[in-house]
Design a binder for this molecule. Structure first.
Ligand code: HEM
Length: 463
């Protein structure tokens, strides 16, 4: 008999507990155009380290194990070649895929553009863009339909272009649609990609298509680089200037146009899509959780009193930030860190690792692991309060990865996401009538497969 005291949970996609049994190889193959993380068996969410039989794939979801792979013995666990090839096809040797020596040099050059002072300097632009977007939404008719996934991509693209390249982004944004649209199609995780003969053939075809689709975008980026180089003395102090002005401490050499292009395109892509999906899922969750939405609105009303949010409000937007954190727990924009491969033997939490073993660390799994979270499938932003966070292991929550390859834009993204949510949620609610019909797609990022169409309600009119 049904428990009459049980709270009715909204039927959101992706919030069911993991299945008892994992999917078969063929079911996984068939699901390569879906969210494969939902097919993992419950045991993966209950055990710290999981290896099926003698498989070379070791699933590591233990905080100490993650520390071993991503921090302590990181040199023994380079990124998997297949992912590197994908990234290189699109981003050349940008930070995501650069070989160690180049990665170290470039990360050092770029770090300054992401330090707390720089992020604080970008915050007014983030707020201005988010508030302009909120104004636009405020002028739409009640009941207007919005594709939130598309809208958030457009907004985060504008922010990344303005803050990193001081560009109004019109040309780049138009071109990005074609280039990045296909490339993310090419990035569907599929078991077909690791099958001998078929895998390399698929890879070759995808690379050729990516190269073709990126050529117009590359042209625009090279023009932007040359225009800036010609006027470097009067240039704004953004990432592009930093990349152009960088000089090697020993030989005084600078970065080549190709190297700069690779970093620009890496930041352009890595710096907007992830934050956009984080916001998309935030609105998805809020639409089905009225109590949490009401608490968010109460905070916005109390802190802002009807005026547009500004960077100075950030320390007071405590619940707003928790909502974003909780949305990224349940729907991590990067559902797994890039696969790593053991370069030599090692031991992870008592498990022997052989050279060539593949290490799989999933944020989706970590964020719903039974050992670290109560009621893992429940949307509960206050679990990020200091009291309730106490004692939680460091890597139980890792939407931005960990170790030296941790996301360079983590602070940027949190500042941006909090300001966007404050600006938009202050003005509108977004409703969804059949949230259970949404399908998820896990590629490099996790996203709603066909966008996310929601209905706009003006807050003043709705309350
Ligand atoms: C909610 C937003 C974001 C999420 C969830 C996210 C997530 C991640 C994760 C998990 C990694 C590590 C990948 C790995 O170890 O395989 C990563 C790396 C990276 N992210 Fe982000 N990211 C976000 C926003 C951003 C932004 C705003 C930027 C730039 C403006 C950015 C730029 C990068 C770069 C360049 C790397 C590679 C770092 C390196 O290897 O040195 N990301 N991100």
């Amino acid at each position: 008999m049904a428990d009459p005291t049980a709270i009715a949970r909204p039927a959101l996609t992706g919030l069911a507990p993991p299945p008892e049994k994992g999917a078969s190889f063929f079911a996984q193959l068939a699901a390569s155009d879906a969210n494969v993380f939902e097919l993992l068996p419950r045991a993966v969410f209950e055990t710290p380290i999981h290896r099926k039989g003698k498989s070379p794939l070791l699933m590591v979801h233990d905080p100490d194990g993650i520390r071993r792979v991503l921090v302590e013995n990181v040199a023994n666990y380079p990124k998997e070649k297949l992912s590197d090839e994908f990234f290189t096809a699109m981003f050349g040797e940008g930070l995501l895929s650069a070989a160690p020596a180049k990665w170290r040099r470039h990360r050092k050059i770029m770090a300054g553009a992401f330090d707390p002072r720089s992020v604080a300097a970008y915050a007014p632009t983030m707020a201005a863009e988010a508030n302009a977007y909120a104004q636009r939404w405020a002028q739409l008719p009640e009941g207007a339909e919005i594709d939130v996934a598309e809208a958030m991509k457009a907004l985060t693209l504008r922010i990344i272009c303005e803050t990193m390249f001081s560009s109004d982004a019109e040309e780049l944004t138009a071109l990005a649609g074609t280039a990045l649209g296909f490339s993310s199609d090419a990035l569907v995780f599929s078991l077909l990609d690791v099958i001998p003969v078929i895998g390399p053939m698929r890879m070759k075809a995808k690379k050729a298509k990516i190269h073709n689709d990126f050529s117009a975008m590359d042209g625009a980026i090279y023009r932007m680089i040359e225009a800036r180089r010609a006027n470097l003395d009067a240039a704004p102090n953004d990432l592009l200037t930093r990349l152009l002005a960088a000089r090697d401490a020993e030989d005084g050499s600078g970065l080549s146009a190709q190297e700069i292009r690779d970093e620009v395109i890496t930041i352009f892509e890595a710096g907007h899509e992830t934050t956009a999906v984080a916001m998309t899922f935030t609105f998805y969750l809020l639409s089905a959780h009225p109590a949490e939405a009401a608490k968010l609105h109460a905070e916005l009303d109390a802190v802002l009193g009807g005026r547009a949010p500004a960077p100075e409000d950030l320390p007071n937007l405590v619940y707003t930030r928790r909502v974003v954190e909780e949305a990224m727990r349940l729907y991590p924009p990067a559902p797994a860190v890039t696969g790593r491969v053991a370069a030599g033997p090692d031991e992870i939490c008592g498990h022997k690792v052989k050279k060539g073993d593949r290490i799989f660390i999933s944020t989706w799994v970590m964020h719903r692991h039974r050992a670290y979270w109560d009621e893992p499938e429940r949307f509960d932003p206050d679990r990020f309060s200091p009291e309730r966070s106490e004692g939680r292991p460091r890597f139980a929550y890792m939407p931005f990865g960990a170790g030296p390859r941790v996301c360079i834009g983590a602070a940027f993204a949190m500042t941006e996401a909090t300001l966007i949510l404050a600006a938009l949620a202050q003005k509108v609610r977004l409703r969804m009538d059949r949230p259970q019909d949404v399908e998820l797609l896990a590629r490099i990022t996790l996203a709603p497969k066909d966008g996310l169409k929601m209905t706009l309600e003006h807050r003043a009119a709705a309350s």
